[in-house]
Design a protein around this ligand. Structure first.
Ligand code: ADP
Ligand code: GLC
Length: 481
């Protein structure tokens, strides 16, 4: 089966969050299963053309403006062919989706051109058997195919329903879709254009990145205004938890960390912790529980709880290291917290791949108190690094972290600490349990062993995508455009 995998970020070329990790690893795992999967993404600033081959020219008229671009091809180190869409005016910028905390104003044009170009590529250079689209940036592809009566099977994966690509209704012509699609059954959404709806309405099958999130988004609380549509398509909506690329995220091979270690010998972890304390200018104390977190500073991630709970967390004697960038209000709150507790709290504002790995390795406890979390990757990375996660029971966190209740401990399946209520009190109680467990070396050791020996590899997950691709092809055959 030939699959065009369209995503607007992918490791190692461009990354703002977990989508890049997924698009960097899942195609390779699918190729290992024998599929011919190729990735298409924009050529952003920083993706060098050296070593790429020109493939074809593309051309579209969007909102009366003629846009020309070129597709270049390269192969990633794990053997995945990548098509890069080159259009410097649209993509050679200081950010992927925006700059300085603001989205680019022409994002509809930028991603409509990307989707039009994907069609051009499939028409002229390489015709796949299925297109796998990820998030709103690629959601116009299924709509264009439908508009052209092209029955090519399409799967649309939602990584985050909080980002739907909403634009003022007047911009609808920039979507390049026929006017009859600007209705509540199509892209219209309270007078605006909702680009994600194009993917949700016109794809043959839908998926999201955990089973729990697949259920949650069909409720008013988590549906972000699209729960009715998602309920209507419930029979076509699947949930598959993300996997881990253990070539990049495993302390026995990780080049970013100061000492390697594995489940059989954790001595290196103690060295990673001391090095992290030193790097963060915190007292180098082996016995102080070190709580780490790495995340986009967005409301999704539960940082309002962390800010509200910080005094109580610090009172447990723990040290706290936070790496993140995003909303200025969170950045400011955490900078202030860091200044208030200079010996216990360190906040690094920015995006730093190496430090993200060093926190995974050096921390004892990883914090993910998300309000919602479609899948989450850091809790899975933490398990492999022997860093026990404290998470809220939602989305992919609920599907991967097993609370250290007496019952689960007896069964040998506990791997972290889970809380339910979205309140600072519930977070503090869970952290209190984690810190108490940390101070019981035998108990802690057994939690680490369960986590480090678990297998969340993409090779295990890829088989489920194969089944989903087959199901998508069947649906397309049953319901031709
Ligand atoms: P999301 O996609 O919602 O941001 P995930 O847990 O799926 O959440 O994935 C986040 C990915 O982005 C992880 O690989 C994480 O390490 C990385 N990341 C997030 N913020 C930063 C940061 N400030 N510096 C380095 N890496 C980061
Ligand atoms: C999103 C979600 C995150 C998920 C990632 C990759 O950004 O917030 O939970 O892991 O996409 O699927």
């Amino acid at each position: 089966m030939k699959v065009l995998f369209c995503a607007c970020e992918a490791v190692p070329y461009a990354k703002t969050g977990g989508l890049a990790d997924v698009a960097g690893a899942l195609p390779a795992a699918l190729r290992r299963k024998g599929l011919d999967v190729r990735v298409m993404m924009p050529r952003y600033r920083g993706i060098n053309r050296n070593g790429l081959e020109p493939v074809q020219q593309v051309y579209s008229v969007i909102g009366g403006t003629a846009l020309e671009g070129a597709v270049w091809m390269g192969t990633s180190s794990d053997g995945v062919p990548h098509y890069f869409l080159d259009q410097p005016f649209l993509y050679d910028r200081g950010g992927l989706y925006g700059e300085g905390g603001r989205d680019f104003e022409d994002n509809l044009v930028r991603f409509a051109f990307f989707c039009q170009s994907a069609l051009g590529l499939m028409h002229k250079t390489w015709t796949p058997d299925l297109v796998h689209c990820h998030d709103w940036h690629t959601a116009l592809i299924p709509a264009y195919l439908r508009a052209h009566r092209n029955p090519l099977p399409t799967l649309f994966t939602v990584h985050n329903l909080a980002h739907q690509g909403i634009f003022p209704g007047e911009q609808f012509p920039l979507s390049c879709l026929p006017p009859e699609t600007f209705t509540p059954d199509g892209l219209e959404f309270y007078g605006n254009v909702n680009v994600m709806k194009a993917g949700l309405v016109y794809s043959h099958a839908l998926s999201t990145v955990s089973e729990t999130y697949a259920r949650e988004i069909q409720t008013e609380e988590f549906g972000a205004g699209l729960d009715g549509l998602l309920r209507a398509r419930s029979a076509d909506l699947f949930g598959i938890l993300n996997g881990v690329d253990y070539a990049l995220w495993d302390p026995s091979v990780d080049p970013h960390i100061p000492a390697r270690y594995h489940a059989g010998d954790l001595a290196g972890k103690a060295r990673c912790k001391a090095a992290l304390q030193q790097e963060m200018d915190l007292p180098v104390q082996a016995y102080a529980p070190l709580i780490g977190t790495v995340a986009r500073l967005a409301p999704q991630k539960g940082f309002d709880l962390v800010a509200a709970a910080l005094d109580a967390i610090v009172a447990t004697g723990a040290q706290v290291v936070i790496l993140g960038a995003g909303e200025p209000a969170f950045e400011e709150a955490f900078r202030a917290a860091s200044a208030r507790f200079p010996h216990q709290v360190r906040v690094i504002i920015g995006f730093d791949e190496g430090l993200a790995h060093r926190i995974e390795a050096g921390a004892d406890i990883f914090l993910m108190p998300s309000r919602f979390e479609p899948s989450g990757l850091n809790q899975l990375y933490s398990l492999r690094y022997g860093t026990q996660p404290v998470v809220r029971r939602t989305g992919g966190l609920a599907d991967s972290i097993v609370d250290a209740t007496p019952e689960n401990l007896r069964l040998g399946c506990a791997n972290g600490f889970v809380f339910d209520d979205y309140t600072p009190e519930a977070l503090v109680a869970a952290i209190g349990r984690a810190v108490a467990a940390y101070r019981d070396p035998l108990l802690w050791r057994s939690l680490q062993q369960v986590g480090m020996r678990a297998d969340f590899s993409w090779d295990r997950v890829a088989g489920r995508y194969l089944e989903l691709y087959d199901a998508t092809v069947r649906r397309a055959a049953e319901r031709p455009s």
